[in-house]
Design a protein around this ligand. Structure first.
Ligand code: LLP
Length: 417
């Protein structure tokens, strides 16, 4: 029996697959609740829904007192559909596309600007909404270069030395700047995340005439989780909160206002809550290497292929067959792509993993898949999006049905037919 962060075990996973098919995403809402509780000292918890945007999850976190971030028109629509009031949503991006601008205007949704052009476009469109300014502090950090969102090579945010100009212009155009925001990357570490506090302090000090409209300091997301079972937690939440609370107090003094501290986690809230369950469909040897080929691929979970990300993997033997034998194995999916491998490191280096000996028909479980798992799935190779199922109080609820072939093709037209 495997030890999970989630409250379901092998039996429940096998039952869920029996009922809803394979592959599938299984979430434990209790884990999300616990993670929200960990962050209770922050004035505002704003869920970065890009990590797992199912409207059922959104609605549940809303009931737990959490606000929401939206990075696209689609995410605004999801947040509204999940019952968030417009003032509980903040649009954070570096551009507006036309759909996003129209929705922001229609619903008066607060905006976090990541470029000066966004400010000019808001004015041009006659939109007056509360503003946040996302600052690029000149450095960043993340679990992979692809998720580092600060520094000169990043497209995100307004460069720190332009902050004063942005604040001045916003005031001149009649906007209320109510929030300063920094997000340096995803899956960062304690040292880098803590450095953001002094960068925020410097940014505020650089503004000569401060705006009395400031209400919130947002420290972005980026909190890591431990993907490896033997890895300790990187973050001491007490220490992390302590550093930020001290900064908040100092900045409150400069701004002459009581400021709230806001945190914007995605991964931290949902990563550990979910597994991706798949069925082993082939076991084969390629020279010296043994492969388990499963019916989920990078069209389901792209993180190993895209970032070389590590996910813990376990096996559930069919008919409760017991075996203690372990083998070195490469776990791969069904796609017509050599990179469709779950056991790989950054740069696409395929590696093997010690796993229990398994057969066709056994289940393979990929853990901690709740953040950027289902959210990053695609229809490549015309594969259908897998269902999402929630485990709550001992019951399964399907919160997304498996896509159908009809749905896959519904927007395509062949005039000859
Ligand atoms: N706030 C902003 C402005 C962000 O860009 C992000 C993530 C977050 C908050 C939430 O970050 P988190 O707490 O989840 O680290 N697909 C990648 C992660 C990309 C993160 C993008 N932005 C992955 O699978 O690791």
């Amino acid at each position: 029996m495997q030890e999970y962060n989630v409250s379901f075990g092998d039996n429940e996973i096998a039952l869920a697959v029996e009922r809803f098919g394979s592959p599938l995403w299984l979430y434990d809402i209790g884990v999300i609740e616990k993670r929200i509780w960990d962050l209770r000292f922050f004035g505002v918890i704003r869920y970065a829904q890009k990590a797992a945007p199912n409207i059922n999850l959104l609605s549940r976190v809303r009931h737990m007192g959490v606000d929401v971030d939206a990075v696209s028109a689609g995410e605004i629509v999801r947040a509204l559909r999940a019952g968030f009031a417009p003032n509980q949503i903040r649009y954070t991006a570096d551009i507006f596309d036309r759909d996003a601008l129209a929705l922001i205007k229609e619903h008066s949704i607060p905006v976090n600007i990541g470029s000066l052009d966004m400010l000019f476009q808001l004015r041009e469109a006659g939109i007056k909404v509360p503003l946040a300014i996302r600052i690029n502090p000149g450095f960043g950090h993340g679990h992979s270069n692809k998720v580092n969102t600060g520094g000169e090579h990043s497209k995100h945010g307004i460069w720190h030395s332009e902050l004063e100009y942005a604040v001045k212009k916003a005031k001149e155009f009649g906007f209320k700047v109510e929030c300063l925001h920094m997000h340096i990357g995803s899956g960062s570490d304690y040292i880098h995340l803590s450095q953001v506090a002094s960068a925020m302090q410097r940014a505020v000090d650089s503004i000569e005439e401060f705006t009395s409209t400031l209400k919130i300091i947002s420290i972005g997301g980026g909190l890591p989780i431990s993907y490896k079972r033997d890895e300790p937690w990187h973050i001491s939440m007490d220490k992390y909160y302590g550093i930020w609370d001290a900064t908040r107090k100092e900045i409150s003094g400069v701004a002459g206002n009581y400021l709230q501290l806001e945190i914007e986690p995605g991964r931290y809230l949902v990563a550990e809550s979910c597994v991706l369950a798949a069925e082993i469909r082939a076991v084969k040897k390629m020279g010296n290497n043994l492969f388990y080929l499963v019916d989920a691929g990078f069209t389901d979970l792209v993180r190993p292929a895209f970032y070389g990300a590590y996910h813990h993997i376990s096996i559930i033997h069919k008919n409760k067959r017991e075996t203690n034998e372990e083998v070195d194995v490469i776990v791969a999916g069904p796609l017509c792509e050599s990179g469709d491998v779950f056991t790989q490191e950054e740069g696409g280096v395929v590696v093997s993993r010690k796993l229990p000996l398994a057969q066709v028909g056994d289940l393979l479980v990929i853990h901690d898949a709740g953040a950027y798992g289902s959210a990053m799935s695609s229809n490549y190779n015309s594969r259908l999006l897998a269902p999402e199922v929630l485990w709550e109080k001992g019951e399964f609820t399907q919160i997304r049905r498996r896509q159908t072939f009809e749905q896959l093709l519904e927007n395509e037209r062949d005039e000859s037919l």
